[in-house]
Ligand binder design. Structure first.
Ligand code: PEP
Ligand code: MG
Length: 287
């Protein structure tokens, strides 16, 4: 295999109604990062750390995380990389961590809630991210935010670590509470990422994996249409990036609607990048 650094294929710049469209990738592994790079993605919109934690037999330390980041990303030159802190809890519980049995784990200690209760885990990840940032600029994304104080608490830790002052910290909007608290979360965050998978699940009270209620889950978009539009507009007014990284961003059925409500940043699985590009180009012809 060639040892040349892989570059993101430049591709044609995408636009919709004179707005530049960013096509980013959701990845969890080196293979997916390579696929993203090869598909001409503009960057990594969502790096999910769960794989690293679920495949490790012990608690990953800072060195281990840093090595993982290097292995996954060093082969490519990307314009942007967003690393999401590990979203564990709910159904994803590594054996080496002491999880309490929860009757309702989806509504339990998950994502940023878990990390704020396990400060050593949070600290390790932030330090690894900040160290990696010295070589490759990254942004830090917080999963399962529901109130602005969660973002503020993390920012305090980040700014206490040398080199952390300038790292952008963003919030996932994937709980109904985060939608209701959007104004204050936007104020405390450098960027926003809307996770429609969980947002639909929690809003519609419909398990994202349960086929019996898939009809309800699918009504998440029309139910949240105005809210999503509002969040995109408010982010634009605040000159802060707003990305959708849930599966609807890669779904042909939804792309024209989400373009119309003003979304300019799509983050999708690497293998969907060509079809999303094609769909956006088609929407351009239709306007
Ligand atoms: C989401 O909830 O939409 C999301 C992108 O995060 P995940 O699928 O990893 O929960
Ligand atoms: Mg989610």
């Amino acid at each position: 295999e060639s040892s040349r650094a892989r570059h993101m294929a430049p591709g044609k710049p995408l636009e919709y109604r004179k707005h530049k469209i960013s096509l980013l990738a959701n990845v969890s592994s080196r293979e997916e990062a390579i696929a993203a790079s090869d598909s001409g993605a503009d960057g990594i919109g969502l790096f999910r750390m769960e794989n690293i934690y679920l495949t490790s037999r012990t608690i990953p330390d800072e060195r281990f995380l840093l090595k993982q980041f290097e292995e996954i990303f060093s082969h490519m030159i990307v314009k942007e990389i967003t690393i999401r802190l590990v979203d564990i809890g709910s159904d994803k519980t590594p054996a080496y961590l002491d999880f309490k049995n929860e009757i309702n784990p989806a509504l339990g200690l998950r994502g940023i809630r878990f990390l704020l209760k396990h400060r050593n885990l949070l600290q390790t990840q932030l330090e690894a991210c900040i160290r990696f940032n010295r070589k490759v600029p990254i942004k830090i994304l917080l999963p399962m935010v529901s109130v602005p104080s969660e973002v503020i608490e993390v920012r305090e830790i980040v700014s206490g670590i040398k080199g952390g002052e300038k790292i952008p910290v963003g919030a996932m909007i994937e709980t109904p509470a985060a939608v209701f608290n959007f104004d204050s979360i936007l104020e405390t965050s450098d960027f926003i990422s809307i996770g429609t998978n969980d947002l639909f699940q929690y809003t519609m009270a419909a398990d994202r994996e349960n086929k019996a209620v898939a009809g309800y889950f699918d009504m998440g978009f029309e139910t949240l249409y105005g809210s999503i539009k509002g969040m995109i507009e408010k982010s634009r007014d605040a000159v802060k990036d707003c990305t959708i990284c849930g599966e609807i961003a890669g779904d042909r059925e939804y792309i024209s609607s989400i373009l119309k409500i003003g979304l300019t940043r799509f983050s999708v699985l690497p293998n969907l990048i060509p079809q999303v590009r094609e769909e956006i180009m088609k929407c351009n012809l239709q306007k």
